[in-house]
Design a protein around this ligand. Structure first.
Ligand SMILES: Nc1ncnc2c1ncn2[C@@H]1O[C@H](COP(=O)(O)OP(=O)(O)OP(=O)(O)O)[C@@H](O)[C@H]1O
Ligand SMILES: [Mg+2]
Length: 361
């Protein structure tokens, strides 16, 4: 069992910068947990504290039920793979993998057994005598994984391990890592700043910002029920459109006074060429600034009274130019309060009157 628990974990660097600000997190045994957030939000610092490479300024860390706050890195049962996987350039693949085992005084027969087992898992059997420079980026990354795995860690920690790879290889390695996780059934903690990568890999995603946890949830909950405006706009591409509630006040009959911001996903707006006759929808007049045709989908950049909006549409047969009306059903709108937290609220009495009477224009 290798559950990882962070209890009120804080890291202050000199100069009073809180890199990690009172984080509480429980990662279950065998989970594939992804930490995601913008550059500088504290992802690497959090990982380094779990691995013991950085001490925490406050709080406690438990691995497998044991308080490891003051335990040396080598004794925590954690293996780490970094973005710059730093293989020894003059050592062969086998020697790279074997190095840590020799350091740990594992005897030769046992070493051979472990190396054979691991190289099969990461499909490197044919490359044992190659030097790192003779390998592709993906193969090198697999050597780095093998080097970490051979130590049979209780917890695997991966800090942006794929960011040096090209887009295609990255997708392939993502899938390999997911398969590897299924096979090993070890707890994985994976860091990325790429929300698409996070969404495609994690069972559970932890969204961080400014050293704080914004939300911990499954990919679908993060997307459909963001708890705050940060998550709403960080997850999803293009991000959720968010505007000031007061900018539509004159166009709705009544609005809950707690609502300060309103959002909707780019794919949740219909595009109409003429003024539509709908009920219980928000209708916004727009001029089209730019149309990006991206294979199966089209991204419209639009200028409206409530600001610039990005709209995603899949209808390639009738590309709209110049002028449009956006129709967003009331159910698709998300509401946020003064503190930018999501609130359960409503725009009242929209149903009573056809929306074309109240176009936001
Ligand atoms: N050794 C250090 N000394 C001082 N400040 C540091 C140190 N390491 C990190 N920081 C600061 O702590 C904050 C968090 O850094 P961290 O490396 O954890 O971010 P990150 O989320 O991993 O970012 P990135 O996506 O760019 O890798 C940053 O503001 C950074 O400048
Ligand atoms: Mg980092």
């Amino acid at each position: 069992m290798a559950e990882v628990i962070l209890e009120n974990v804080t890291k202050n660097f000199p100069g009073d910068r809180k890199a990690v600000d009172n984080i509480n997190l429980k990662i279950n045994d065998g989970d594939f947990c992804v930490l995601v957030g913008p550059s500088g939000c504290g992802k690497s610092t959090t990982l380094r504290m779990i691995a013991g490479l950085e001490s925490q300024s406050g709080g406690r860390i438990f691995i497998d039920g044991e308080d490891v706050s003051n335990v040396r890195p080598a004794k925590r049962g954690v293996a780490m793979v970094f973005q710059n996987y730093a293989l020894y350039p003059t050592m062969t693949v086998k020697e790279n993998i074997e190095f840590g085992l020799i350091n740990n005084k594992i005897e030769k027969n046992e070493r051979e057994k472990l190396i054979n087992e691991i190289t099969e898992i990461v499909s490197l059997q044919g490359y044992m005598n190659s030097l790192p420079q003779e390998l592709s980026g993906g193969q090198r990354q697999r050597v780095a994984l093998a080097r970490a795995m051979v130590k049979k860690p209780k917890v695997f920690i991966l800090d942006e391990p794929l960011s040096n790879l090209d887009a295609k290889l990255r997708v392939q390695m993502r899938n390999e890592l997911i398969k590897l996780h299924k096979r090993l059934k070890t707890t994985f903690i994976y860091v990325t700043h790429d929300q698409v990568e996070a969404m495609s890999m994690g069972d559970e995603i932890v969204v961080l910002n400014n050293g704080k946890i914004m939300q911990v949830d499954s990919p679908s909950s993060l997307y459909n029920n963001p708890k705050n405006m940060f998550v709403a706009q960080f997850i999803g591409n293009p991000p959720m459109n968010v505007f000031n509630a007061k900018d539509i006040k004159d166009s709705v009959l009544e609005m809950d006074s707690r609502i300060k911001y309103i959002g909707f996903r780019p794919e949740d707006a219909e595009i109409h060429k003429t003024k539509p006759k709908t009920f219980s929808s928000l209708v916004i007049e727009a001029t089209i600034d730019n149309v990006e045709i991206l294979g199966s989908e089209i991204i419209y950049n639009m200028n409206t009274k409530i600001g610039n909006l990005e709209i995603k549409n899949f209808d390639k047969t009738s590309i709209v130019k110049d002028q449009a009306y956006l129709v967003i059903e009331k159910e698709k709108l998300k509401y946020f309060g003064k503190d930018k937290q999501a609130i359960d609220a409503d725009i009242e009495t929209l149903d009573d009157m056809p929306s074309f009477e109240r176009v936001v224009s």
